[in-house]
Design a protein around this ligand. Structure first.
Ligand code: 5GP
Length: 223
């Protein structure tokens, strides 16, 4: 009981600093179609920007530095981590990945919603920092479909694909901690669902209040 009160109190304090720009965390196992969905989402919504992560993973064919990721050496990554430059970081598939603080801190400066595409470990860390972050998990229709997509994508060796699949199975368990879940069996349907989520969050009480403070005050709604 004591601990619960404490958490509620703490949450309430953080809400006072809430922004009227959303921070979306999108998590999905490799091959679930997350990147294509987010690309299409950004095309439809010019007021959303994507946080570009830092990684020690080698670029895949077609990936561009500063666009898909900032590709850095392990030494540089560890230097940044030790300088406390990341709002979250994690080791995924034997590589380091991290979200730079400047991206998520900038949401009010840029007056933009921000999407971060990260794994569940990073998602928990960001949620701790920003309790108003909205978490979306993208599920594949089945593990077999996930395997097929990873094979078709032809970006990784079979050994890497099997490793990614076994990680995927444990990642999927974390969907229960997220606010929204999208099952990506049909791309267009999944895209319209993620668009519904984005739009509906703008109608939440807190956001409407921050956006329409004068009206709410005139109507006698205090918060
Ligand atoms: P990939 O190597 O396939 O691009 O990404 C592998 C995994 O790392 C994905 O689950 C992706 O969401 C996650 N990831 C990408 N960037 C970040 C980040 O900045 N932080 C964390 N925690 N995970 C990330």
């Amino acid at each position: 009981m004591e601990a619960k009160t404490q958490i509620n109190k703490d949450y309430r304090i953080k809400l006072i600093y809430m922004s009227n720009n959303n921070l979306f965390i999108v998590t999905a196992p490799s091959g679930s179609g997350k990147s294509s969905l987010i690309k299409a989402l950004l095309k439809d919504n010019k007021s959303i920007s994507l946080s570009v992560s830092y990684t020690t993973r080698k670029p895949r064919v077609g990936e561009r530095n500063g666009v898909d990721y900032y590709f850095v050496t392990i030494e540089d990554f560890l230097k940044m981590r030790n300088n406390n430059e990341f709002v979250e970081w994690a080791e995924v598939h034997n590589n380091f990945y991290g979200t730079h603080k400047s991206f998520v801190n900038n949401r009010d400066v840029k007056n933009n919603d921000i999407v971060v595409e990260i794994d569940f470990q990073g998602s928990d860390q960001i949620k701790n920092y920003y309790p108003d972050a909205i978490r979306i998990f993208i599920l594949p229709p089945s593990i077999e479909e996930l395997r097929n997509r990873l094979i078709l994508r032809a970006l990784d060796s079979m050994e890497v694909i099997e490793r990614r699949l076994s990680v995927a199975k444990s990642e999927i368990m974390h969907a229960k901690d997220y606010d929204y879940v999208i099952i990506n069996s049909d791309f267009n349907l999944a895209l319209s669902e993620i668009n519904y989520i984005i739009k509906s969050t703008k109608l939440r009480f807190q956001y409407q209040y921050l956006k329409n403070k004068n009206l709410f005050n005139k109507l006698g709604i205090a918060y």
